[in-house]
Design a protein around this ligand. Structure first.
Ligand SMILES: Cc1ncc(C[n+]2csc(CCOP(=O)(O)OP(=O)(O)O)c2C)c(N)n1
Ligand SMILES: [Mg+2]
Length: 454
């Protein structure tokens, strides 16, 4: 703009359509009626976006207008003409393709960076070549709905999931955008002779249990863009097809059974089943850490990259509400849901003040059991008893009201859908509490491979 318009003496509206690597914008907060423009402009928020596609409109002001406006377009920060990693080495890509093509039973393990929207698109083409796939919690949403039958489910934290059976069966594992902290290799690949193909922006973090045979280091989407056309596989292996069929049957059975659980307090699987329809494509979900998060991370599906943001890899308690506030700023036209346990919620509950001040459209659901259950359950497994995990009752409705927010309780399972519907239509932050039945939580931690308990 500044290069092409320096001599113009007229106001010029302009429009730019495109995908923008980085955008910084400012906006005036809604002023009280009667506020002078100059005072209103003092309270501005700045927003930063990356990798956004859309339309930018502006008004270029000529030099003579500097007495009453800011002349020209603002100076822009100089951007590199080209930046980015580029694809991995072509010989390494060819070797990876050879290995995948001749593997008996290759399985893809998706990690956090696979759920970056640009990468997720390339991942979909890649796994569309008859490649069975599992994903860590952080890869949520990377597998599209039409590839669901290829998807063994989410894995992580404990090696006891249906997806772990699929991963275990592999003679070649292709990791994409995976960081060991998401699911330590010692938990899923200890003493294994299978070959690993590592596709990431960074070289592998080597470990006794993670020694890739081929490393494809570079931009993930462009690397997959070169690798996918070299694949010649025409169908899934019989072994993978059998495991995936069994997983699909278990999934169907679980969702049938979940929908019929109607006791009070409410069973986590009923909550998951009732929440699933609310995960429409215009909703972002931020999860805190705790037993509740294992129920959701394993059983709540998403087919949109970066729709479910999952706290794991030793993430700190209390992240859900602050994440939700941030998400509501970055995605102003979407509805944001946060889910926390009662313990984790109290770690950052004072941030409700921020949410109220920003009028953030957030539904914060809190699963109430009066304990730090994830710690309690693990204490019982390790030491045979629990200690220091209980805390007193908190009235979440009064807490919300004390901040000028709204609070609601879900008392029985038939209230889940109507209360959530009302909460999602509510303007501004709303806290929804629900008492949960954790009597099955020990099952979350059972059936773990002997050598992966730590
Ligand atoms: C800052 C911090 N302290 C401690 C932990 C360990 N931790 C993980 S889960 C958990 C309990 C969470 O309790 P709650 O939020 O009530 O969820 P629940 O397990 O009861 O579903 C704790 C203490 C942590 N992740 N972060
Ligand atoms: Mg709790």
């Amino acid at each position: 703009m500044t290069r092409c318009e320096p001599r113009a003496t007229f106001f010029t509206p302009f429009r730019l359509d495109g995908t923008f690597m980085r955008i910084r914008s400012r906006a005036v907060s809604p002023p009280e009626e009667g506020t002078r423009l100059v005072d209103a402009a003092k309270a501005q928020s700045e927003f930063r976006f990356t990798d956004v596609t859309g339309t930018l409109v502006g008004l270029w002001s000529p030099g003579f207008s500097s007495a009453f406006s800011i002349a020209c377009a603002h100076d822009v920060l100089p951007m590199p003409a080209y930046s980015g990693l580029g694809p991995a080495d072509s010989a390494a890509i060819a070797e990876a393709a050879r290995l995948i093509n001749c593997a008996e039973n290759p399985v893809v393990l998706l990690g956090l960076l696979a759920s970056k929207p640009a990468n997720a698109l390339a991942v979909r083409h890649f796994i569309g070549r008859h490649l069975p796939v599992v994903g860590t919690f952080q890869a949520a949403g990377a597998v599209a709905a039409h590839l669901f039958e290829n998807f063994g489910g989410r894995v992580g934290q404990l090696a006891n999931q249906p997806g772990d059976r699929l991963l275990d069966s592999a003679d070649v594992v292709i990791t994409i955008g995976y960081d060991p902290v998401e699911y330590p290799p010692g938990d899923w690949n200890r003493n294994s002779a299978r070959k690993l193909i590592h596709i990431d922006v960074l070289p592998a973090d080597l470990d006794n249990s993670y020694r890739p045979y081929v490393e494809l280091t570079g931009d993930i989407a462009s690397t997959l863009g070169l690798l996918t056309p070299q694949l010649t596989r025409t169908h899934r292996s019989d072994l993978a097809a059998t495991i995936l069929k069994a997983i699909a049957a278990e999934r169907a059975e679980l969702s049938r059974e979940s929908a019929t659980r109607s006791g009070t307090p409410i069973h986590p699987l009923r909550l998951v089943a009732e929440l699933q329809p609310f995960l429409s494509s215009d909703v972002t979900l931020c999860l805190d850490m705790g037993s509740f998060h294992l129920w959701l991370a394993r059983h709540l599906y998403s087919f949109k990259a970066r729709q479910i943001l999952i706290s794991n890899g030793q993430q700190t308690l209390g992240v859900a509400l602050p994440w939700a506030i941030a998400a509501s700023i970055v995605r102003p036209s979407e509805k944001v849901m946060a889910i926390s346990g009662d313990g984790g919620f109290l770690f950052s509950a004072m941030e409700l003040e921020t949410a109220v001040r920003l009028k953030a459209n957030i539904v914060q659901l809190v699963w109430i059991d009066g304990t730090y259950d994830m710690v309690a359950t693990q204490e019982v497994i390790k030491y045979g008893r629990k200690s220091g995990i209980a805390f007193g009752p908190v009235d979440l409705v009064k807490y919300a009201e004390a901040f000028g927010a709204t609070g609601k309780m879900i008392r029985i399972s038939d209230e889940i859908a109507p209360v959530m519907k009302e909460a999602l239509n509510h303007a501004g932050p709303i806290i929804v509490g629900v008492h949960v039945d954790y009597s099955d939580n020990h099952k979350l931690f059972e059936m773990v491979k002997e050598d992966s308990i730590h």
